[in-house]
Design a protein around this ligand. Structure first.
Ligand SMILES: C[S@@+](CC[C@H](N)C(=O)[O-])C[C@H]1O[C@@H](n2cnc3c(N)ncnc32)[C@H](O)[C@@H]1O
Length: 236
């Protein structure tokens, strides 16, 4: 089990959190919530796909501030039907403090109701060694965070996701989160017909995803970025 290492942040104007370790922002300077909706939800054709299955599993590389989870939870709350269940599983090596999480999410009052629940839970149980699973955020939404390096945690994860959010900072700043080995693990932990989405369109990351087995396509990026990528694991 890898030890949990804390994450020091600095803040840009507009209360955008920046990682000291990776010298990168946790989300788009322009609007992190709109970026989550465009890149991760849109790229995986969510929330419409969420309501098609009785159980849906989303997995993520890099939990960060929890913003992607919160925007997903919000969208899910609008489309779900009784009896359906969403499981959101994330891999995080350098968890942030609950106070930083609260500060990073203040900018979106639309999310306050949900983010206050997440921050409370994070304050109690975040930053564990190992996995914190079975967090029932409401009756139809379960959150699980595997703390530790994704390259070590993912191979032993027993699940397979319907959709992946690849959100490990810019590839130029954190190549480990986009390596051939990790992309192959993402593929083998994706259900046939399952998808991934990411803001990057870097050529070497694209080649790693194709080599892993994904059918990759480019789409218009968010806020001035020309391209992003999404892809599917062939099969049904
Ligand atoms: C861009 S941020 C994620 C933003 C997040 N999805 C959100 O909604 O705020 C990237 C995250 O990846 C984490 N990370 C970086 N390298 C990692 C690794 N090798 N294994 C697991 N997590 C890692 C960082 O600590 C950071 O929280």
């Amino acid at each position: 089990m890898s030890p949990v290492v804390s994450h020091t942040l600095t803040w840009e104007e507009g209360e955008v959190p920046v990682s000291e370790r990776f010298a990168d922002t946790f989300y788009s300077r322009s609007d992190g919530r709109a970026e989550a909706a465009h890149v991760f939800l849109g790229g995986n054709e969510l929330p419409s796909r969420l309501s098609q299955n009785s159980n849906f599993m989303i997995a993520e590389l890099g939990f960060g501030t929890g913003l992607n989870f919160l925007e997903t939870w919000r969208g899910w709350s609008d489309v779900r039907r009784p009896g359906q269940m969403l499981r959101f599983v994330s891999f995080e090596a350098f968890p942030i403090d609950a106070d930083d999480m609260q500060r990073a999410l203040l900018r979106w009052p639309e999310l306050t109701f949900l983010s206050s629940r997440l921050v409370d839970r994070w304050r109690q149980d975040g930053k564990q060694d190992g996995s914190a699973c079975g967090w029932l955020m409401d009756q139809q939404t379960e959150l699980c965070v595997h703390f530790g390096d994704a390259g070590q945690q993912l191979p032993s994860w027993a699940g397979r996701a319907d959709a992946w959010f690849l959100d490990g900072f810019a590839p130029s700043r954190n190549a480990d989160m986009w390596s051939p080995g990790l992309m192959a693990e993402v593929f083998s932990h994706t259900l046939p017909g399952g998808s991934f989405a990411t803001y990057t369109a870097a050529g070497w990351v694209r080649r790693n995803l194709i080599a892993a087995g994904f059918a990759v396509e480019k789409r218009p990026g968010f806020a001035g970025k020309r391209e992003m990528m999404r892809g599917v694991r062939p099969g049904q």
